[in-house]
Design a protein around this ligand. Structure first.
Ligand code: NAP
Length: 280
């Protein structure tokens, strides 16, 4: 079998088209997304550039706030509190990684929940347990969207999520549970990963280890969503899933790059429009 590629770029473009319509429906009032970064990080800069381009396409104004290296946690929280008070600011995103000494949880919790367009404030994370969160975590929402786009009935499907981080693995598991799939979450304590991955109809890998999952660990015909972003030996970006061996086995596979990433950015913009009051 040769897997059908789940084209995240195309899906994201379709989403942005819908988002543009939702943006227009809001009329002339400003919809502003503010990105806050401490210091300068080349990886974050790539994300910011992608976000700027996508926001412009949808009609969302994006403001980039670069705080100097040396900004401490209290100063960053204060900067966020100022943004919380600005009425034209619909959403706030804090770029990672943050410098040592700044606790991402403290920072995320400082963002007003209704402006937390990354969906990582404890209130929004908690709301996903209630099925219909207004602002779901973007990467989890993207993985869900990619899986649903296959048209496959998720009810009763064996779903395995590898990785249990707060911002990716856990919320993905919860969102897929809402589809009544049977969800197993694997992590560093899992005894034999292959025993779980091999029986997965839907396999989501979100670890951050290049090539962790090989084709021989995948059930023929499975939907495989590769969330990982790693620097390969030759400097190119690769996922957590070994592409060449998995594409021969899976039914659907997300490429890296061009899979989860672009859809995640589209979900960020969807959340921003929702935060501004759009129904989308
Ligand atoms: P993270 O916070 O480092 O979490 C990684 C998870 O993988 C942890 O739950 C960890 O368990 C688990 N893990 C580590 N080694 C494992 C192993 N050998 N087998 C099974 N599980 C293992 O990373 P993250 O923020 O979730 O991100 C995961 C990956 O997704 C990264 O590559 C990141 O760059 C990428 N990412 C992509 C997007 C996108 O839009 N495409 C967005 C966000 C993140 P322990 O905590 O128990 O060690």
């Amino acid at each position: 079998m040769t897997a059908q590629l789940l084209d995240g770029k195309q899906l994201a473009q379709d989403l942005r088209r819908q988002l543009r319509v939702a943006r227009q429906a809001l009329g002339s009032r400003p919809v502003r997304l503010v990105s806050v970064e401490v210091g300068q990080n080349p990886a974050a800069d790539v994300y910011v550039r992608n976000q700027l381009r996508a926001a412009g396409e949808v009609g969302i104004e994006m403001e980039v706030s670069n705080l100097p290296l040396g900004t401490d946690e209290a100063q960053l929280v204060r900067a966020i509190e100022v943004l919380n008070e600005r009425p034209e600011v619909a959403g706030v995103i804090v770029q990672r990684p943050l410098p040592p000494g700044i606790d991402p949880r403290v920072v995320q919790s400082a963002i007003a929940p209704h402006k937390d367009v990354e969906g990582m404030h404890p209130a929004n994370m908690g709301a996903i347990l209630y099925r219909e969160p207004l602002l779901p975590p973007c990467t989890a929402a993207a993985a869900q969207h990619l899986i649903v786009s296959t048209g496959i009935d998720l009810r009763g499907a064996e779903t395995v999520v590898v990785g249990h981080s707060e911002i990716v693995g856990k919320p993905i598991a919860v969102l897929l549970l809402h589809h009544l799939s049977t969800v197993t979450v694997c992590h560093v304590g899992t005894r034999r990963l292959i025993d779980h991955t091999r029986r997965a109809d839907i396999l989501v890998v979100a670890v951050g280890k290049a090539g962790l999952v090989h084709g021989d660990m995948v059930k023929p015909g499975a939907i495989v969503v590769d969330v990982g972003i790693n620097q390969g030996a030759d400097g190119r970006i690769v996922g957590d899933v070994h592409f060449a061996s998995t594409v021969e086995v899976a039914g659907f596979l997300t490429p890296v790059p061009g899979g989860v990433g672009p859809v995640t950015v589209a979900m960020l913009l969807r959340n921003t429009l929702r935060a501004a009051g759009a129904t989308v």
